[in-house]
Write a protein that binds this ligand. Structure first.
Ligand code: ADP
Ligand code: MG
Length: 698
């Protein structure tokens, strides 16, 4: 490394320091005001920023700029323009104007719009988001932008996210002011922990399923899986360690505070966690992190798999969305302090989140729904599809005391007893962890753990911010009715009533058990297992009321997003089904046939020599392979027929349900037969690497 880390960190970011150095004082101040307070930015300020940005970018080797946006594909999009402008004498100058900085006009017709934009109307706009810093990557200046249609409807994930942050800020500020605290605003903070798999590129290139669908559709379990529990936090293989070093550096250059890295539970599964940031920046950074992860892997002869379930029978990958609210003055509103029981402000915000999650549990579940994540939720490795909250012992005791009007005694902090006097002394945390809870309080923040690894974290945060904003608006209305000297009592009553009405969502036990599924049903908590089960809740009256009231989505934006989600579900399973059929008829069955032929040859030859040579084993195996061949051919043919039927279904919900109820079970059936067959195939017979080879590369 030729640069020291603090020097390297953020070296490719147009950050506050660069702005201060490069911008005239008044321009810097105007821009800062826009970033901090969301005030409107004048064109002359934008012009001045554009000049400085271009200068800085060119100095750092950039030749192009791009408006970087997040269409509803869940990925990011970019179109590069160079800075060059030809001048008279055949030369060029490098130019970039305020107009080009604040607005772009990419052709929007090929991005999903769910019917929001008629096909003939291709116009889309990108608008600069000054709250997320611009950066340089691959000699291009990246300008984070929001993406909308000609008529102003959001075509992306950033616009509603920014709207939801504003809604929460507005309502939280009101509540704080009623409780006697004046702040400029409240922002939400997010720290997403990202899980991923690394596999060897050469192995990857031989597997159609990994290439087309990001996960394996066939594959018997190797003799060793994750049962030895030796991979979690295990020593990093040198190749992986080199990858992680490189990744950290690339992320640091982009000002992404990658902090923690370790091996995860499954073989070749790893995790990366950054230090948290404001939600908007954290979302951009997570998108960027996923992209950089893939790129750096390629340099190391590896492929980074972000799919939620790349290998059947082995843990899948998720993302933990650590979330809190923080005032403009830097106070974390979910920080319990030393005596949480007496901390009215903390309790008000705590129960606001409890109520929001209970009231809008279906939307929370919806926000993490994807075909890939359906394989994880509830599969004994990830939180179940039932949304519930974990508070830990201390907070639960406080909540109980408030509910029952009993006295809560602050627990003394307990010193850790290790039994070895050379070890340092420290205090125990007053709550242990619960890994099975979908939504856990972890000290001074909540951790939403249902997200799949490939998901943009924008969606879950839009729902969370909006739901909490709604509850806070109800709280503000109630508290505003109390006189100033009665505000403590009013807050106490509010907290107590909210606990009583919403404590059903609190569950501190093991979320992976069947007993919890039963108990949750008794409590009336929804258990929506598959994506098509949960998507309709997006277009319910409750959802439309919530989102339109706070100006997050218009009704037509909701309906269009609903269509996109349904289509995405059907398309994903469609591609998987077609890939499976390709592999089955093009690779798997021909292999079985070849192996059978060899066996038959052996049997015939043995027979030619003498009837007395034993050949039962070969005959039995040949029979097994021949039967598998028949069954798999039949099942494969049904799959093809079903795919054809699915293609004819016009209604998107009906189509998604057909994929869920007809195609997925058929794919599962094929896999079961094929995997049992694979176990008996000779080593190396298949034209692609098996699980042992992929999972245990060096
Ligand atoms: P775990 O113990 O679940 O693996 P980690 O320590 O790996 O947790 O990650 C915790 C994440 O939570 C980090 O990204 C951290 O920056 C983030 N975090 C900490 N405080 C806050 C907060 N106030 N708001 C949002 N995220 C936070
Ligand atoms: Mg975590």
């Amino acid at each position: 490394m030729d640069k020291k880390i603090p020097e390297l960190y953020g070296s490719m970011v147009f950050n506050d320091k660069v702005m201060r150095d490069k911008l005239p004082k008044d321009v810097y101040r105007a821009l800062r005001k826009t970033i901090d307070n969301g005030t409107h930015l004048e064109l002359n300020v934008a012009n001045s920023v554009a000049v400085a940005m271009k200068e800085w970018a060119v100095e750092n080797g950039a030749t192009h700029y791009t408006h970087w946006f997040q269409p509803m594909t869940g990925f990011t999009a970019e179109k590069h323009d160079s800075f060059i402008t030809p001048v008279d004498n055949g030369e060029v100058i490098m130019e970039f104007s305020g107009k080009e900085l604040i607005k772009g006009e990419p052709d929007a017709s090929s991005f999903p719009s769910g019917g929001l934009r008629a096909t003939f109307e291709a116009r889309g706009y990108t608008a600069w988001d000054p709250t997320s810093p611009a950066f340089i990557k691959d000699r291009t200046l990246y300008i984070p932008t929001a993406f909308c249609s000609y008529s102003g409807e959001a075509l992306d994930k950033k616009t509603p996210l920014l709207r939801s942050m504003e809604a929460l800020s507005k309502e939280a500020t009101k509540v704080l002011s009623l409780l006697g605290k004046d702040v400029r605003g409240v922002s939400t903070t997010v720290g997403p922990e990202q899980e991923y798999f690394l596999v060897d590129k050469e192995d990857y290139k031989l597997r159609k399923d990994l290439i087309f669908t990001g996960r394996t559709l066939l594959g018997a379990m190797p003799p060793k899986g994750q049962e030895m529990e030796d991979h979690y936090f295990g020593t990093l293989r040198p190749r992986v360690s080199a990858y992680m070093h490189d990744l950290d550096e690339e992320l640091w250059k982009l000002g992404i505070p990658a902090k923690t890295k370790h091996n995860e539970v499954a073989p070749c599964q790893h995790e990366l966690a950054p230090v948290f940031d404001t939600t908007n920046v954290a979302v951009d950074h997570n998108q960027l992190t996923m992209e950089v992860m893939k790129k750096v892997a390629d340099k190391h002869g590896l492929v980074c798999l972000l799919h939620e379930k790349p290998f059947d029978g082995i843990n899948g990958s998720g993302k933990h969305n650590n979330w809190s609210m923080s005032t403009s003055e830097g106070e974390n509103l979910l920080e319990p302090g030393k005596t949480p029981a007496e901390n009215t402000q903390f309790l008000v915000f705590l129960v606001a989140v409890i109520k929001a999650v209970d009231e809008y549990a279906e939307l929370m579940r919806l926000s993490v729904a994807s075909p890939g994540n359906d394989h994880r939720l509830g599969a004994n490795e990830a939180p179940p599809a039932i949304v519930s909250m974990f508070l830990g012992d201390e907070l639960t005791a406080i909540i109980d005391a408030i509910e029952n009007d009993t006295f809560f005694e602050n627990q003394k902090r307990v010193q850790m007893e290790t039994g070895a006097s050379v070890l340092p002394h420290f205090f125990k945390d007053n709550t242990d962890r619960n890994r099975t809870s979908p939504f856990a309080f972890t000290g001074n923040k909540f951790e939403f753990r249902m997200l799949g690894s490939a998901l943009s974290v924008a969606g879950p945060n839009i729902v969370l911010n909006t739901a909490v904003a709604q509850v806070l608006s109800e709280f503000a209305e109630e508290l505003s009715k109390a006189s100033k000297d009665r505000i403590e009592d009013a807050a106490h009553e509010l907290v107590k009533r909210t606990i009583i009405e919403h404590k059903r969502i609190i569950f501190n036990g093991n979320g992976y058990t069947d007993e919890w599924v039963e108990e949750a049903a008794k409590r009336g908590l929804p258990n929506l297992k598959a994506t098509p089960d949960v998507l309709p809740s997006f277009v319910s009256a409750k959802s439309i009321d919530l989102f339109t009231k706070h100006g997050i989505y218009t009704e037509s934006e909701i309906r269009s997003r609903y269509e996109i989600l349904l289509e995405n579900y059907s398309k994903t399973i469609h591609i998987e089904a077609k890939t499976l059929s390709d592999m089955l008829f093009g690779e798997f069955l021909p292999t079985v046939s070849k192996v059978s032929e060899k066996l038959a040859d052996v049997i015939l030859k043995k027979r030619q020599i003498s009837d007395s040579i034993p050949m039962k084993a070969e005959e039995k195996l040949l029979k097994f392979f021949s039967e598998s061949y028949e069954t798999l051919t039949e099942e494969g043919e049904s799959l093809i027929e079903c795919i054809e039927r699915a293609e004819k279904i016009e209604d998107s919900l009906e189509s998604a349900n057909f994929y869920l109820k007809k195609i997925i079970p058929l794919m599962d059936k094929i896999r079961k037969t094929a995997d049992a067959t694979e176990e008996k195939l000779p080593e190396g017979a298949l034209p692609y690497p098996d699980y042992s080879k992929i999972l245990f590369y060096v």
